[in-house]
Design a protein around this ligand. Structure first.
Ligand code: NCD
Length: 306
């Protein structure tokens, strides 16, 4: 695989690079299932989790993965830091870098911040979500979940449903799945479609029942209320009525598998029975998230030692 110094987005990776990360992630997933401990490094890396936005699954799994691999990881959140006293983002990063971190895991509401940091620091940068741009490890874990469930990605029909315009998850899914030969569509009310959708080679559905019939899997996205998504709709109740996933709706295609990156808005994108239903891959995604972060951290940490 061509060496990459940073993981900024699936749009920057080749099919082979994505496949290699998926193979490594699958190896770690099997290790998690066997309850094995990964090989410990002779020279542990220093890992900084720089989270300027809220996170549950992504942050905890990155932190747990670093610990399982025997590295030192530190959590930094903008809140409670000197950013509140007026220190700039890049000054903060330069000061933290002086503590000799090897890997920076960055989440920020502004697209491009992980790239900006990668141009400032010597270590590797892993994008843990930048605005509506990309969330490459989420894309990888979604693809890994689909691959383990269907045994393939080539030719798989996957539809991403809901608030596409605010979603970095949608972008990483579209780039990653398309490169691996899946047929990707989106389904959303018009105001939830980004203007750039036309250049992305995806089919657009407006009717969720048509999307259900025509696909192998649906990836349901959260309506991102903190980014004012609610203002694009007449009401959340309307969205739920036309796009919300229910067991009754699923009966149109009993084989459909359902993904959701979390956090879920119950009774907006889906009702409370979906996550626990036989169609759901939602908790598999969370376990695979740990596997992907183990793979990505070990990929970058191994390079430091060489
Ligand atoms: C996503 C995110 O933060 O982009 N969640 C996640 O990482 N599991 C999706 C979301 O916030 O809706």
């Amino acid at each position: 695989m061509d060496r990459i110094n940073n993981l900024l987005g699936l749009r920057y990776l080749s099919k082979e690079q994505i496949e290699q990360l998926l193979d490594k992630s699958d190896h770690f997933r099997k290790m998690i299932d066997r309850n094995d401990t990964p090989k410990q490094p002779t020279k542990p890396s220093r890992i900084l989790n720089l989270f300027f936005e809220n996170s549950t699954r992504t942050r905890v799994s990155f932190e747990l993965a670093a610990k399982m691999l025997g590295h030192s990881s530190v959590n930094f959140t903008g809140e409670g830091s000197s950013i509140a006293k007026g220190e700039s983002l890049l000054d903060t990063v330069k000061n933290l870098e002086a503590m000799k971190f090897d890997i920076f895991i960055v989440r920020h509401e502004v697209p491009g911040v992980p790239k900006l940091i990668s141009e400032t620091v010597q270590g590797s940068v892993i994008n843990a979500g930048d605005g509506a741009a990309e969330h490459p490890t989420q894309g990888l874990l979604d693809i890994l979940t689909l691959k383990r469930s269907f045994g393939r990605i080539e030719g798989l029909r996957v539809c991403i449903v809901g608030d596409i315009s605010h979603s970095r998850v949608a972008m990483s899914n579209i780039h990653g799945l398309t490169k691996l030969g899946a047929k990707v569509s989106v389904c959303a009310p018009r105001p939830f479609l980004p203007s750039a959708i036309e250049g992305l080679n995806v089919d657009v559905y407006e009717d969720i029942d048509d999307a259900l019939k025509d696909h192998d899997a649906l990836n349901l996205l959260r309506v991102q209320l903190e980014r004012d998504a609610g203002r694009l709709l007449p009401s959340l109740r309307e969205f739920n009525r036309f796009y919300g996933m229910t067991l009754e709706r699923l009966s149109v295609n009993p084989k459909i598998r359902i993904l959701h990156p979390g956090p879920m808005n119950i009774n907006v994108e889906l009702d409370s029975r979906i996550a626990e239903s036989k169609n759901s891959l939602i908790f598999e995604q969370v376990t695979n998230g740990l596997a992907v972060r183990l793979a990505v951290i070990s990929e970058f940490a191994e390079r430091k030692v060489k």
